[in-house]
Design a protein around this ligand. Structure first.
Ligand code: DGL
Length: 275
């Protein structure tokens, strides 16, 4: 893929030195990178956004599966990562198994809807999962509910606009409260004197909108963001960083469009990502 061709140097070295790829369709995975860096400040990260394919929420499954596996063949060849994090629910619920099969030497950590912790925490038994239309359609998501939340009433809410609104919000554009409210309203259920008390943020873009959600919500709920749990999972899979004095590579952002706009480039700089 020519948009990756400019990054010709690879980072093969001691495995501790090898990069960790954090992948999403857009900027949502930055919410995971942020937590990963808190736990692993010495590690070398490469943030990859398939912004040329954004949003993933509306893709047909076979085409999206093929696109992501092909992209990872290229990323693994170029960067020799020690770990890949699919910081995207829409992708993880579709291709995690395919990626593990296609690249058995590379460990993958996925981001899947936090249905199990929500089921453990809810008091009312009414839980909502706010995600892209792709994620709510997945067999993987239905299986999670069956396996871990069969005693709860789980409402799946497929929001077709929120990932794009999150991108706009983070670019500093004004977003329409009415539109956001329309997207989150189906999450709020009142039934037999009980109310939804947990909304799972099952798209990595949504934590960027958490304050807007809080402000607009018809009543307070726990907005469950799994980023910290994902970071802990990453840490558990990595060999211990023995040599803390290793030269730290500059972290890098790769956008498949090859041309993230000015606002995004500023955001990436704020995250300390060269692009
Ligand atoms: N950030 C992605 C997720 O976690 C999805 C955004 C999109 O491409 O629609 O599902």
């Amino acid at each position: 893929m020519h948009h990756l061709a400019q990054y010709t140097h690879t980072h093969v070295g001691s495995s501790q030195d090898a990069p960790i790829i954090v992948f999403d369709s857009g900027i949502g995975g930055l919410t995971v990178l942020r937590e990963a860096r808190v736990l692993m400040p010495d590690r070398h990260f490469i943030y990859v956004a398939d912004d040329a394919g954004f949003p993933y929420g509306s893709w047909e499954e076979p085409a999206l599966r093929e696109r992501i596996v092909t992209l990872f063949a290229e990323l693994i060849r170029r960067f020799h990562p020690q770990l890949c994090v699919i910081a995207c629910n829409t992708a993880s619920t579709l291709v995690l198994d395919d990626l593990r099969q296609a690249f058995p030497d590379t460990p993958f950590v996925g981001t899947v809807p936090a249905i199990k912790p929500a089921a453990e925490r809810t008091h009312s038994g009414l839980v909502s999962v706010l995600a892209t239309p792709g994620t709510v359609k997945r067999a993987y998501t239905r299986d999670l509910i069956q396996s871990f939340a069969s005693q709860c009433h789980v409402r799946l809410v497929g929001a077709d606009r929120l990932a794009t609104l999150a991108e706009a919000h983070i670019r500093g554009e004004k977003i329409d409260d009415e539109l956001v409210l329309e997207q989150i309203t189906p999450c709020f259920i009142e039934q037999d004197g009980k109310r939804t008390d947990i909304v799972v943020l099952a798209c990595t873009h949504y934590p960027f909108l958490a304050n807007v959600f809080r402000r607009l919500a018809p009543w307070p709920v726990d907005w469950l963001d799994p980023a910290e749990a994902i970071a802990r999972r990453m840490l558990s899979l990595l060999p211990e960083a023995k040599d803390k004095s290793l030269h730290h590579h500059e972290d890098l952002a790769v956008f498949t469009s090859g041309k993230p706009d000015y606002a995004i480039r500023r955001l990436l700089q704020g995250f300390g990502l060269r692009n």
